[in-house]
Design a protein around this ligand. Sequence first.
Ligand SMILES: NC(=O)C1=CN([C@@H]2O[C@H](COP(=O)(O)OP(=O)(O)OC[C@H]3O[C@@H](n4cnc5c(N)ncnc54)[C@H](O)[C@@H]3O)[C@@H](O)[C@H]2O)C=CC1
Ligand SMILES: O=C([O-])CC(=O)C(=O)O
Length: 330
Amino acid sequence: MVKAVVAGAAGGIGQPLSLLLKLSPLVDELSLYDVVNTPGVAADLSHISSNAKVSGFLPPNEGAKAAFKDADIIIIPAGVPRKPGMTRDDLFNINAGIVKGLIEVAAEVAPKAFILVISNPVNSTVPISAEVLKGKGVFDPRRLFGVTTLDIVRAETFVAEIVGKSNPQELTVPVVGGHSGETIVPLFSKVTPAVTIPDDKYDALVNRVQFGGDEVVKAKDGAGSATLSMAYAGYRFAEKLLKAAKGAKGLVEPSYVYLPGIPGGEEIAKKTGVEFFSVPIELGPNGAEKAIDILGDLTDKEKALLETAIKGLKGNIQKGVDFVHSPPQK
Ligand SMILES: NC(=O)C1=CN([C@@H]2O[C@H](COP(=O)(O)OP(=O)(O)OC[C@H]3O[C@@H](n4cnc5c(N)ncnc54)[C@H](O)[C@@H]3O)[C@@H](O)[C@H]2O)C=CC1
Ligand SMILES: O=C([O-])CC(=O)C(=O)O
């Protein structure tokens, strides 16, 4: 029996993500938590004639605890999205506290759950989550994931457009680093099957992958950020993880993880100088079974991108850690 939770289930990402989970044969119980509207979303989804049993929870009467209890997988898109002109870091003040609160509940009632953090800024909300779980004595780095799949999805789409591939999903395009602007590092030299990006298109392609989120924020013009593509990406990662948990082999997807706690990750952490970083992760029954080092043999341009990314990440990570250990005075 697999119990999946969506926290922030009534939101722009939460609703389509919950729909995809409701359609999945891998999910038996779907628990929807939000501060508003979950009874309605749950009632609506519950009429779909698929396997999963749906329930909705709101804050009163310990709603989050009831929603999260004994979950196998908790996906968190709770919090505010960007408006034009904002960076993801501008969301920190509101979203850091929301994520911290939700992880505290998860630590208490579902300490073995896989936790997938979507709420931005992911570069900081994942370190916050790790510190909270450590503080509660239940941190298993193999089970905590910052969802960066949308960067890979975008990279697949944009590379396919340039190289003229009709099915972008036949390409594996690794994207490493973090999940904001220049911390996002696409590695086009490592695409399989190999592709050639024309020199005159390279910089614009990198920029589009790094700032794809801004493209959507601008187009939505104040009505939020990517929701549908994110729901797809979040579901794609969750589905791989659930399949791997059931024993499927060879499933790999990049994710932003605490490297020192994952086999193969310690060396990458030493090489990069950061503990939280996204690299391709081999998934298995316990979650992240192995961090795969694809940082060797990079092109000079990729090395430069990586260096810039690491500088940015260091500050984002520290900000998350500090938030848990020395929270801002009210
Ligand atoms: N990791 C990634 O690649 C991406 C991350 N995001 C991030 O995902 C987050 C959500 O985005 P949207 O769904 O568009 O926003 P939204 O505003 O449409 O939905 C967020 C939902 O969270 C709920 N919420 C607020 N506080 C809560 C709490 N304490 N507990 C439970 N639920 C709570 C709200 O009521 C709302 O329904 C944002 O932080 C956004 O930046 C968005 C796209 C991609
Ligand atoms: O751009 C945003 O704020 C939302 C996001 O993380 C993305 O679309 O990659």
